[in-house]
Design a binder for this molecule. Structure first.
Ligand SMILES: Cc1ncc(COP(=O)(O)O)c(C=O)c1O
Length: 448
């Protein structure tokens, strides 16, 4: 239930303190403890200042900090509320009950990942010491070849701990708290949460099967927008893949947007089932990140990154101060896997299997009169009227899928179905069950 603290005693909710940072910390603590929940309305600055016997300026400063950290949102007239997704605690994925078929996790099919043990047995310990080079020369050469083959200039390369680590490092290299970041809507929930956790403000850009819509992107590029995060293929959750034509249109828009950083998250490179038509290098500040998570396995935690000289330099400099570098054991492991013709054949086979599984579900849905999207990658996105009713109804029939809420800003309701391990027979059964659930919930198979 949403609480309105406007008239009640702030101490009941654990809000106290004499200084702005103490007050802000007490609000954060109450959110983490669950005493304050998303949507709860806080007292006005004046009332809270009276209740805590501090000046209104102190409370206003605490509220400013909480807004910058993404904990509070303030709207005219309705005052300050706890934000819908305060970036304080890690929100685990909803549990998939045992017995249910897991179409919820977004994971690659473990049976389609290459076996790592033969490569593990072949890699030699590097013996590297502090101060040595950050990037394994074999991995660098492969990253340069792979990115250049997609038309990405690869003269400045970094190696990072996966696509999300790359996105965080690139945004952190240029942005300040409060800056706006344009994100795909619907988009990957971890990107939305990361943007908020960095005290940045996500702004939605709608997309279709071919990627972000150029006109909508141009309109979203207000002077407050400092960065754009795009997925070139295997867009999560909608499955879009940027076509060659769309990439030209998006590059034109970004060439006019002086100083806006463009980050391209190629998280499923290799198994996306669509070519990579890059957009980011058209901008002055840019980075393209290619992760091995979906093709070689999420636990390798490695992505290669190409960027403009300044961005790459800042990333390397900051990385040196923190984690130092990505372990050369991992780098050699990825280089060894990338060089192995058997592994390359297996990745290609996985990409084809994912394409067939996605297509099988899409055609089973069409046969039931249900429209859905999924041009590439591991997921299919199905518009529905009521997400929770559909998720619960499907669970009752033994299927776990993901409600779209965490992936959306302004876009309409939908559910995400991960097709990576879905057989054709199961796709047919699933589509029939979904049709029955939709029919039971609103008397027709397609949302109004
Ligand atoms: C769009 C998107 N980006 C990034 C990731 C995570 O990539 P990594 O494991 O390389 O951080 C995912 C995982 O599903 C994703 O869907």
């Amino acid at each position: 239930m949403i609480s309105d603290l406007a008239q009640s005693d702030p101490a009941r909710y654990g809000i106290d303190g004499r200084t702005a940072s103490q007050i802000a910390a007490s609000v954060e603590g109450a959110v983490t403890a669950g005493t304050l929940a998303a949507g709860d309305r806080l007292p006005s600055v004046r009332r809270l200042a009276e209740a805590l016997a501090v000046s209104p300026a102190t409370v206003a400063s605490a509220f400013r900090t909480l807004r910058q950290r993404g904990v509070l949102v303030t709207r005219e007239r309705s005052g300050a509320r706890i934000s819908g997704r305060p970036p304080l605690a890690f929100r685990p994925e909803p549990h998939v009950p045992s017995g249910a078929v897991d179409l919820a996790s977004g994971n690659p099919d473990p049976a389609l990942l290459p076996r790592l043990s033969p490569a593990l047995a072949r890699i030699e310990p590097s013996g590297l010491l502090y101060g040595d080079h950050a990037i394994d020369p074999r991995l660098r050469a492969q990253a340069e070849a792979s990115l250049s083959a997609s038309g990405v200039p690869a003269s400045h390369i970094a190696v990072v701990g996966g696509a999300m680590d790359g996105v965080e490092r690139v945004l952190g290299a240029h942005l300040q708290p409060g800056d706006q970041v344009l994100v795909e809507d619907p988009g990957y929930h971890a990107v939305l949460d990361l943007v908020r956790a960095m005290a940045l403000v996500p702004r939605p850009v709608p997309l279709d099967a071919e990627g972000a819509l150029p006109d909508a992107l141009a309109r979203a590029l207000t002077p407050q927008a400092r960065a754009l995060v795009l997925t070139p293929r295997a867009q999560n959750p909608g499955g879009s893949a940027v076509t060659a034509e769309r990439a030209i249109a998006l590059r034109e828009v970004m060439q006019r947007a002086d100083g806006v950083l463009v980050v391209e998250d190629d998280h499923a490179g290799g198994v996306a089932g669509a070519p990579h038509h890059p957009v980011a290098p058209a901008a002055g500040r840019w980075a393209v990140i290619r992760s091995v998570g979906k093709s070689l396995g999420p636990d390798l935690r490695l992505a290669v990154l190409a960027a403009d000289a300044e961005t790459a330099g800042r990333i390397e400099g900051r990385q040196r101060l923190g984690t130092g570098w990505v372990s050369h054991l991992l780098q050699r492991m990825v280089a060894t896997l990338w060089e192995d013709p058997q592994v390359r054949a297996r990745v290609q086979a996985a990409s084809e299997a994912y394409g067939q599984r996605r297509a099988a579900l899409l055609s089973a849905l069409v046969a039931q009169g249900i429209t859905a999207q999924g041009a590439s990658g591991l997921n299919v996105w199905i518009p529905v009227r009521e997400e929770e009713t559909v998720v619960t109804g499907l669970l009752g029939r033994g299927w776990a899928v993901r409600a779209g809420e965490r992936f959306r800003l302004d876009s309409p309701a939908a559910v995400r179905v991960t097709t990576s391990a879905l057989t054709a027979a199961d796709a047919t059964r699933f589509a029939a069950d979904l049709a029955a659930v939709l029919h039971a919930s609103h008397g027709r198979t397609h949302p109004a």
